[in-house]
Design a protein around this ligand. Structure first.
Ligand code: KG4
Ligand code: ZN
Length: 334
């Protein structure tokens, strides 16, 4: 079964053709990132305009790369949320029009669940149940995953998400946007034990908070007033170490509490080299299995949307043509 996936939740206009949930025939992304850089963050209106202007070209390209005609597509899948409202609606409108015009099913997909699914687009798939972790620009979410459509939230972002914290800390350090990949690289040149930044788990829960550590970095940089490369690398490494330690700790707690020995990670921050190293070390020591997406599926893409849509379709999921954007994911309706 061929599914065309469309993803427009933030600054990536993406389309992909996936066969039977795992075989990626094309994976096209047109990012508006360069237009947001000078603002140090994503500007919703710019992102939305980029989607409106480019979605048809990206869809056409994804069909071309897959070597398929539009009539070959069996269903259209689209990101329903969470994300920016205008951005989501541009993708949803395009998907609805295609589904209606071609008289094929429409499937509405949750962006965060799809991030977890991006680590499952492979031959050796994780077995349910497992602990899912989404670490992205907008979310830090731990969940118990019992099936493709059975996710329960165990811990969530209380304030800044981990990716957002990376982006803000990079800004404080005078670096570019997005900050995650920059800090990832810079931290390799610094000492993670140089500065004692604290980032503690929230008592008795698996929730996350990163705004405190971000503010601590801000005050530290104000006090030091340094632009010395070595010192800045030490700050980046120390921030990263403290922030990632909390995530690793919560993952271990979640696995122990639910007696589960598999963790599946997705989202932009899952590309982080230090995080992969930390989890791999724990996994070797505590003997649990880890699944990460390949690097090209860590950030926003439509392959994960088309992939998860196939699994949902098999379980009977169909969206009506009055489906609309869901701005927040989580809580009881997840
Ligand atoms: O999943 P994603 O592409 O978009 C959202 O759904 O939010 O995640 C984007 C986030 C940004 O905050 C970016 O700084 C972060 O992922 N990121 C990283 C790395 N690559 C991207 N953070 C840490 N290390 C990286 N290597
Ligand atoms: Zn994302």
């Amino acid at each position: 079964m061929l599914i065309l996936g469309i993803e427009t939740s933030c600054d990536e206009t993406a389309a992909s053709v996936v066969r039977d949930g795992t075989e990626i025939l094309s994976n096209c992304v047109s990012s508006s990132l360069k237009y947001h850089r000078r603002f140090g963050g994503v500007i919703p209106e710019i992102a939305t305009r980029h989607h409106v202007e480019n979605i048809d070209k990206v869809v056409t390209r994804s069909l071309h790369d897959a070597g398929r005609a539009i009539e070959d597509v069996d269903a259209v899948a689209v990101t329903q949320g969470p994300g920016l409202v205008g951005a989501l609606l541009s993708g949803i409108s395009c998907a609805k029009a295609m589904a209606f015009g071609l008289a094929i099913p429409l499937i509405a997909v949750d962006h965060l669940k799809a991030h977890v699914y991006s680590a499952m687009m492979r031959k050796d798939v994780p077995q349910f149940p497992f602990i899912g972790l989404v670490i992205s620009g907008g979310h830090t979410r731990l969940c118990l995953v019992k099936d493709f459509d059975a996710f329960a939230v165990l811990g969530d972002t209380l304030d800044d998400a981990i990716g957002e914290a990376y982006d803000k800390v990079a800004k404080i350090l005078g670096m570019g946007y997005p900050g995650g990949p920059i800090i990832d690289r810079l931290a390799k040149k610094g000492d993670p034990n140089a500065i004692k930044f604290t980032c503690r788990p929230i008592n008795g829960t698996l929730d996350f908070s990163f705004s405190g550590i971000k503010t601590a970095v801000l005050y530290y940089m104000k006090r030091q007033a340094t632009s010395d490369k070595r010192q800045v690398a030490d700050v980046a490494a120390s921030f990263q170490e403290a922030a990632l330690k909390v995530i690793v700790k919560n993952c271990l707690k979640a696995m122990a509490a639910h007696k589960i020995n598999t963790i599946v990670v997705g989202g932009g921050v899952s590309a982080n080299s230090r995080f992969r190293q930390m989890i791999a070390r724990e996994a070797e020591f505590k003997k649990f299995k880890t699944y990460f997406p390949p690097l090209d599926l860590c950030s926003d893409n439509a392959a994960m949307i088309a992939g998860l849509a196939y699994r949902m379709f098999k379980k009977g999921a169909r969206a009506a043509l009055d489906v609309t954007a869901k701005l927040k994911g989580g809580g009881d309706d997840w």
